[in-house]
Every structure is written in C-alpha cells, then in structure tokens.
Design a protein around this ligand. Structure first.
Ligand code: ADP
Length: 254
C-alpha cells in the first residue's frame, strides 16, 4: 500500500513565544496508507482537533512536517495549496459548515465553481451527487429549512463533489440521531470499500469507531495507543475500543 498522508514529528504550539505558550501536539509521527479507514479517539482536550486541523492544511505545524501524497504542504504557495486541498481533501464537520445564505444546491456546487468547472457540467454533477444522498428533491432549500440529517447529507455532497482521495471528518455524527448516524456510516463505509477513499475521522462514539480499520488514540498530545482491526469481527473490535475508552476514563478517577 502507498502512504497517502504522513506527519513527521508534528508539533503544534499555541500562543507561541507568549507567557501562555502551550504545546498541544508533541511530535506526532503518523502514516495513513491509501484506502485505510482510521478513527481518532481520545479525551477532550487531548489534541484531536489540533491534529485534524494540521493534517487538513487548515492550520500549520510549529515544528515537523505534513506530507500529502508525498508533497510537503509547506512547499506550496497559498493558491497552490487551495487548489491542492480542493482536489484532494473532503471535509465533514459536526457543525456541517454549510453557508446559511446559500441553498443546498449552491453549497454543493461551490467547490466546483471555485475550481472553475464549466457551468454546464456543474448542474448534472450536483444533481447526480444529491441523488446518491437522497436529497435531490430539496436542493432549493436553505440549510435552516432542512433537518440535521439532511444538512449533514448536503455537507457530505459538498465534501465529495470533487472526488477527493481523502475524507477528513471531525465528529461528523456528533449532531445526528442514531438512524442518520448509521446512514452516514454506511455511506462512508461504501466510499471506503468501493472507491478506496481514505477516511480519517475523529469520533467519541465506539460504535462509529468500530467501522474503521485502525483506531488511533491520542492522549496529552501524543498517539498513546493504536488498535488494528485486522481479523477481528466488528463486535470484537467494538469491545476492544470500548475497553480502551473505559480503562482510560478509569485512569482519570484514580
Ligand atoms: P480535542 O479536540 O482533543 O478536544 P484540541 O485539539 O481542541 O483537543 O485542544 C488541545 C489542547 O490545545 C487543549 O488544551 C486546548 O485548550 C488547546 N487549544 C486548542 N486550540 C487552541 C487555541 N486556538 N489557542 C490556545 N490553545 C488551544
């Protein structure tokens, strides 16, 4: 398998050179192979979002490197990076991050418009994607007129419209009920299995994590543990993940 995303000694400090300087990530070295489905778990404040922001080029390391498809993201100009990001990465967040002033159609079409895709191509692509997600009938609606599940599906359409190689998600099911959460997972699973899309997803839900092929547990700014699913059934894997979270939580009581 080929490495699609790599961090080398990724260190991130906030409030650099100020009195309250704080190192949130302490030199994380991590590799994701193409086609993996990786879940990131860990206690609140352990550095998960910081890690995700750095691998998704939203933020940059204080020290160390992030390489995507072998390219050091710091070697690109901001224009190049913008193009690279839109062509390679799809983001899904808990808050959906749809623009309220735009319809679902406009939200989903936006990455295509920004990439200067021909207008005549945009409509069929948006409609085909919306059909897959079962929101074709509500494309004219504004996000506030949609249910949480519909908004999340809209956000997923927008994340996938450029056919990214990697999907990065931060608590994507955090605002969904179990039914919508299961639908989301089934979709992610299908993209991963059928299309080989690499998934890196933060979650606090062991059931969500049990769909992954590898679990990375971050604690106090380092990768403290990794569990590979390998030949485990989903149930066995789920048990292991639950055990890990429980023993870590117990640690806080001691
Ligand atoms: P998690 O996602 O695991 O809850 P975060 O990555 O959000 O953790 O935060 C890790 C640590 O970095 C926390 O102690 C948090 O307070 C701190 N932190 C996060 N963002 C900032 C920021 N912009 N400025 C200062 N400290 C921050």
């Amino acid at each position: 398998m080929a490495t699609i995303l790599e961090t080398r000694n990724l260190t991130k400090s906030y409030n650099l050179e100020q009195e309250n300087e704080f190192e949130a990530l302490h030199g994380i070295s991590f590799k994701a192979e193409a086609g993996e489905f990786i879940c990131v778990m860990g206690p609140s404040g352990s550095g998960k979002t910081t890690f995700i922001n750095n691998i998704s080029t939203v933020d940059f390391p204080t020290k160390g490197q992030v390489l995507i498809d072998g390219i050091n993201i710091r070697s690109m100009t901001s224009n190049e990076l913008g193009r690279f990001r839109s062509q390679n990465l799809g983001f899904v967040f808990q808050e959906f991050n749809l623009l309220d002033t735009h319809t679902l159609y406009e939200n989903i079409a936006m990455p295509l418009a920004l990439a200067r895709v021909k207008k005549s191509e945009i409509r069929p692509r948006v409609e085909a994607m919306a059909r897959q997600m079962d929101i074709e009938g509500i494309l004219r609606k504004y996000p506030r007129e949609c249910s949480g599940g519909q908004r999340q599906r809209g956000a997923i359409c927008r994340a996938l419209i450029m056919n990214p190689k990697i999907i990065i998600a931060d608590e994507p099911t955090g605002n969904l009920d179990r039914r919508n959460s299961n639908e989301f997972l089934a979709l992610i699973d299908r993209l991963n299995r059928d299309k080989g899309v690499t998934i890196i997803m933060v979650t606090h839900d062991p059931l969500v994590a049990s769909y992954s092929s590898r679990l990375v547990y971050i604690k106090d700014g380092v990768i403290e543990q990794t569990i590979l699913r390998e030949n485990m059934t989903q149930e066995q894997y789920f048990e292991k993940i639950t055990e890990l979270n429980a023993s870590e939580s117990r640690g806080y009581l001691e």
